[in-house]
Design a binder for this molecule. Structure first.
Ligand SMILES: Cc1cc2nc3c(=O)[nH]c(=O)nc-3n(C[C@H](O)[C@H](O)[C@H](O)COP(=O)(O)OP(=O)(O)OC[C@H]3O[C@@H](n4cnc5c(N)ncnc54)[C@H](O)[C@@H]3O)c2cc1C
Length: 456
């Protein structure tokens, strides 16, 4: 089968590339290959009852399938160049923001209308934070919520399904260069195209490395972020979350001068497992519908680790730490902040004694046996500092889930069109190592689609 454009991966990057290609030229023959299931068939078996922890499904429905890693996410589309990726370094700050706003408009048109756009502009919390050495980053954030995010994805799929050919449960094994484009192979079948867009996200990171090796595409090793997910009663952060929804706060520790930041804040949300290449870590999300909300707020506290020569495998380092928690806890470990400070493990009895109910069924344990001292010291220092702007953060019953790891893909060599050194081969989204968020990944898809149409 021959196509004008083949897209590998149906996450936000791939979906928005497909959408824009068809919008710009409805006659283009486009195919999307996705390793996971269609949206309606994506189900994580963890029900908190019969299946309590990750059972390592062949295709993880949290990470793979139509909608990509974003399908059951909180649907927070941050419109900013301050975090979420470095797309602006390739396409310019204005263009990056314009594309993120364009993505927001489409999301509104496909079911997101009525959802709230929060902003840090003019907030008094900037001053409150800075008084304590905490730095609130600037952003506008559209919170779709897990429920509306699903509706938007469903509507986008309904729009695309008769215009684009989708191949689900079809993992692409190989990408090869041909005389007039590219050949992709999945199991025993092969398909050719003039242009190929690879958008395989974090779950495709190992495969992406293989493609770069095969096609001699230069990469540079990236960072890994390691930390914990904090869960506390929603009241503790409500003054911040009611106004800003998500506050991205950065702190430099006094002890080591390391930077720690809050990440992915989910007011009245739930903590969930995440399975990346068989390693179980934590994440979080929340619903727009008040009926589905919980009494807790969760967010990650992450320390970015950059390594210098001779060590190159930053993801391997993060994986080893996550494996340690998986080995000790059989999955994710949870510990009360008070237990951590007193140097004792959390036990089922101590957990039952808490004033708050955790939203994830994790194994009570001791995070000091898992996290390197420097990282743990930094997290503790930041919790005490956050306690000054959100009193109650350092309470005994604050839950810490570990570990949360943000794996970053190797940064792939692409130009300002996000094209690799091979003519017509584009690498976008989180799989490129350039984006780390829904808004940046989606924007990268639109950017590439426009470039393909302009030059075809
Ligand atoms: C639980 C959770 C919550 C999150 N919450 C937020 C949030 O609120 N806001 C935010 O900005 N970001 C959030 N993120 C991150 C966000 O989901 C990602 O940044 C975003 O999905 C990246 O989009 P992408 O298209 O680049 O990749 P992905 O969404 O990862 O999609 C890649 C797709 O490619 C497929 N694939 C991989 N390899 C192959 C192959 N060889 N052949 C065929 N298909 C392949 C995968 O199955 C996957 O479906 C969250 C992530 C998780 C896991």
């Amino acid at each position: 089968m021959r196509y004008d454009v083949i897209i590998v991966g149906a996450g936000p990057g791939g979906i928005f590339a497909a959408y824009e290609l068809i919008k710009q030229n409805k006659d283009l023959k486009v195919a999307v290959f996705e390793a996971g299931y269609p949206l309606e068939k994506r189900h994580c078996p963890i029900d908190g009852d019969k299946v309590k922890t990750c059972i390592g499904c062949k295709s993880c429905s949290i990470m793979s399938g139509f909608g990509g890693a974003g399908a059951f996410s909180d649907g927070k589309y941050n419109i900013t160049n301050d975090f979420g990726g470095t797309l602006y370094e390739y396409i310019g700050k204005n263009e990056a923001l314009n594309l993120m706003r364009y993505v927001d408009e489409i999301n509104m048109r496909y079911g997101g209308e009525g959802t709230k756009l929060y902003s840090t502009a003019g907030t008094r919390f900037k001053k409150v934070c800075i008084e304590h050495g905490l730095h609130l980053l600037d952003a506008s954030v559209r919170h779709l919520g897990t429920d509306i995010n699903y509706v938007v994805l469903k509507n986008l799929y309904d729009y695309l399904k008769n215009k684009v050919e989708f191949f689900f449960n079809t993992q692409v094994d190989k990408v090869e260069k041909t005389a007039d484009g590219y050949k992709i192979t999945s199991k025993d079948a092969s398909y050719t195209c003039s242009k190929c867009i690879i958008s395989v996200g974090r779950s495709g990171s190992k495969w992406m490395e293989q493609v770069c090796n095969d096609l001699n595409i230069p990469t540079k090793s990236n960072r890994v972020d390691i930390g914990v997910r904090v869960e506390l009663p929603a009241e503790v952060f409500s003054h911040l979350t009611d106004e800003l929804y998500e506050s991205k706060i950065v702190y430099r520790t006094k002890q080591y001068g390391d930077k720690i930041r809050t990440f992915c804040m989910n007011p009245k949300g739930a903590v969930v497992n995440e399975n990346t290449n068989g390693i179980i870590t934590v994440n979080g999300h929340s619903y727009e519908d008040p009926a589905l909300q919980t009494k807790n707020t969760n967010f990650a506290l992450l320390v970015a680790k950059h390594f210098s020569e001779p060590f190159k495998d930053s993801n391997g380092y993060g994986e080893s730490i996550a494996r340690l928690s998986n080995m000790l806890g059989g999955g994710v470990i949870v510990q009360r902040f008070g237990d951590l400070i007193r140097g004792q493990r959390s036990t089922p009895n101590r957990m039952n004694d808490s004033f708050m109910t955790p939203t994830l069924n994790a194994t009570p344990g001791d995070l000091s046996l898992v996290l390197p001292k420097r990282i743990l010291d930094g997290i503790i220092e930041m919790i005490y500092t956050l306690d000054k702007v959100a009193p109650g953060t350092a309470n005994d019953d604050t839950m810490l889930y570990g570990v949360e790891v943000k794996f970053y893909n190797m940064e792939v060599a692409v130009d300002e069109n996000l094209m690799s050194p091979h003519d017509g081969l584009y690498i976008i989204g989180d799989g490129s190592g350039i984006t780390h968020s829904l808004s940046h990944a989606s924007a990268s898809g639109v950017h590439v689609a426009r470039n393909i149409v302009k030059n075809s």
